[in-house]
Ligand binder design. Structure first.
Ligand SMILES: C[S@@+](CC[C@H](N)C(=O)[O-])C[C@H]1O[C@@H](n2cnc3c(N)ncnc32)[C@H](O)[C@@H]1O
Length: 256
């Protein structure tokens, strides 16, 4: 297949620092994507490596499976987003540029001095941006040791010293820290469980918030936002991504 014929996959490319990631369509092999990947490297002098990503994430750590296509055999990169800098290895920690809008939206809601708990922090984007936007303290939890490591590095890179990385099961560790003004729960697969725990650890009184990432299933013609608001009785919701036909990840802001 010529690289011209592959140009339809341009929209599937993400540039993450000096690495490019190509979403591999269902009907193509990594070999078929290679000529296109070589073009990407030729046309972007800063791109040092190209990786392919078939759809989907797996396991507790929500990791994608990546295939090396060309360039350096390296998946750790410095990534800039919303004015912050993050070191991450997308083969070791969950990474999705689709979340960048939510990183900005939620962190910009943080009020000066707030205590925030991020139950599922990954490499730390919600936590670090919340601190940059004025949070007092951010408890930043993840069960993946690499997420903990990269969050520590990213706290240093951004001098976001009120962020406290915590390694472990957030469903247990959350009881070891003080109650929070705002709790972020970005784990759609366990949305109801996370919401129940967050309700117990949020200060309440009408000025606290839980941001729960919900997984909702709808029939054709039904609105996933309405369904998510019905499930979590929130004030605001928006679709983050479509996972497969009829299944969506929707973020819901709930005032408590
Ligand atoms: C969707 S990812 C988080 C994305 C991240 N907040 C971001 O914006 O890039 C979910 C994260 O939850 C973590 N995780 C899964 N189960 C967990 C648990 N029981 N306790 C803490 N972290 C958990 C995974 O390791 C993964 O990093």
């Amino acid at each position: 297949m010529s690289s011209r014929a592959l140009s339809g996959i341009w929209k599937r490319i993400e540039i993450v620092g000096d690495v490019a990631i190509i979403g591999i369509p269902f009907n193509m092999s990594p070999e078929e994507v290679r000529p296109f990947a070589m073009d990407v490297m030729r046309e972007n002098s800063k791109v040092r490596a190209v990786w392919g990503r078939p759809r989907g994430t797996e396991g507790n750590f929500r990791l994608s499976h990546y295939v090396h296509i060309c360039g350096e055999m390296r998946s750790e990169t410095l990534y800039r987003e919303n004015g912050a800098t993050f070191l991450l290895d997308f083969r070791k920690v969950f990474f999705s540029q689709t979340l960048s809008y939510e990183h900005r939206r939620i962190s910009s809601l943080v009020r000066r001095g707030e205590t925030v708990i991020n139950m599922f922090s990954g490499y730390g984007p919600f936590s670090i941006l919340s601190k940059i936007h004025g949070a007092g303290k951010v408890y930043s939890m993840d069960i993946n040791p690499y997420a903990y490591y990269y969050t520590m590095v990213n706290v240093e890179l951004n001098k976001a010293y009120g962020v406290l990385p915590i390694l472990g099961d957030a469903f247990k560790r959350i009881y070891e820290v003080e109650k929070a003004d705002r709790i972020i729960c970005p784990l759609p697969e366990r949305d109801e469980e996370a919401f129940e725990v967050a309700k117990q650890r949020v200060k309440g009184g009408g000025e606290s918030f839980i941001h729960v990432f919900a997984e909702v299933k709808v029939n054709k013609g039904e609105n996933p936002v309405k369904e998510a608001l019905r499930k979590f009785k929130g004030d605001f919701a928006r679709v983050v991504r479509s996972v497969k036909p009829g299944t969506y990840h929707v973020v819901v802001d709930v005032r408590v």
